[in-house]
Design a protein around this ligand. Structure first.
Ligand SMILES: Cc1ncc(C[n+]2csc(CCOP(=O)(O)OP(=O)(O)O)c2C)c(N)n1
Ligand code: SF4
Length: 266
């Protein structure tokens, strides 16, 4: 099926600023679904609120645009009601790890069979560039004009610590890698967590002299290295990309239904 069949082009042009990374991530997601040959009636996209969370408006699957930070709670409900569906949850770093941080750690702990895609642009884009839990120390934002005082979360470590059974990181610069990782994340049975570094030229870029969207993407290439590469040993500042965790563990809905059968004595 051509990728355009997965898009609601009647709602184009989309709202993202030119050069925003979120559209590239939507492209990667659509190509991953196409590569997997999924029936679009079996795919559900559930989001909260944010620039990143606008994605369900443009994707021609079953879609839910819910409350800021609550996408995983709605998604978990969809999965429990219809366990056969592929439930994919695009989120921003604020949506997933500030207001939605509790839902994230508990969905990971339970190993709910959801695919969480966190578009990390290090800032709250939609509301005007406030600091988020991934704004780097000393970086500038609307709420930290003299530099951010708070240390930032390493989202891969957060997801690993919370018990996600699939954890990966990539960037908008690495388009092919992004698609491959999303394919694996969707195929994975259990909680898949994918962090994708995404450029917000309008707020994070402008406030931190990030330059053009292309320059911001080039920086993703310079600041990252494949997981386990020798470069990381030479330069510990580099951020690793790739798949960090890929474990086979029973996912939540099957465990839940087995539990119910047991309790009923069947
Ligand atoms: C309960 C609630 N609190 C706050 C907001 C305002 N709000 C909307 S989007 C957003 C943050 C968006 O940042 P992020 O999730 O990182 O996504 P981005 O826009 O950067 O893609 C906030 C604080 C809201 N809509 N609902
Ligand atoms: S404000 Fe930032 S995150 Fe939002 S659409 Fe514009 S570039 Fe993208």
């Amino acid at each position: 099926m051509p990728v355009t069949d997965y898009l609601r082009t009647r709602f184009f042009p989309q709202i993202w600023c030119s050069g925003c990374g979120h559209g590239q991530i939507m492209g990667g997601l659509v190509r991953a679904v196409e590569e997997l040959g999924l029936d679009k009636n079996n795919v559900v996209i559930v989001s909260g609120i944010g620039c990143s969370s606008r994605m369900p408006g443009y994707l021609d699957f079953h879609t839910l645009h819910t409350l800021h930070g609550r996408a995983l709670a709605f998604a978990a409900g969809v999965k429990m009601g219809k366990p056969e569906l592929n439930v994919i949850v695009p989120m921003g770093d604020g949506d997933a790890t500030a207001i939605g941080g509790n839902h994230l750690i508990h969905a990971a702990r339970r190993n709910a069979d959801l695919t969480a895609i966190v578009m990390n642009n290090n800032i709250y884009g939609m509301t005007g560039g406030q600091s988020s839990p991934t704004t780097p120390l000393s970086a500038k934002s609307t709420t930290a004009p003299a530099g951010n005082l708070d240390p930032s979360f390493d989202l891969v470590e957060l997801a690993k610590g919370a018990g996600a059974s699939f954890v990966a990181r990539t960037t908008t610069y690495h388009a092919t890698e992004m698609q491959q990782i999303i394919v694996k994340a969707i195929k994975h049975k259990g909680f898949s967590f994918v962090e994708i570094l995404s450029q917000c030229p309008t707020y994070f870029g402008r406030k931190n002299r990030g330059g053009s969207p292309t320059e911001m993407m080039k920086r993703f290439a310079e600041m990252t290295t494949p997981v386990g590469s020798a470069k990381k040993k030479e330069n510990p500042e580099l951020l690793e990309r790739g798949i960090f965790v890929d474990e086979d563990r029973p996912e939540y809905s099957s465990r839940y239904f087995e539990h119910i059968q047991r309790v009923r004595g069947k």
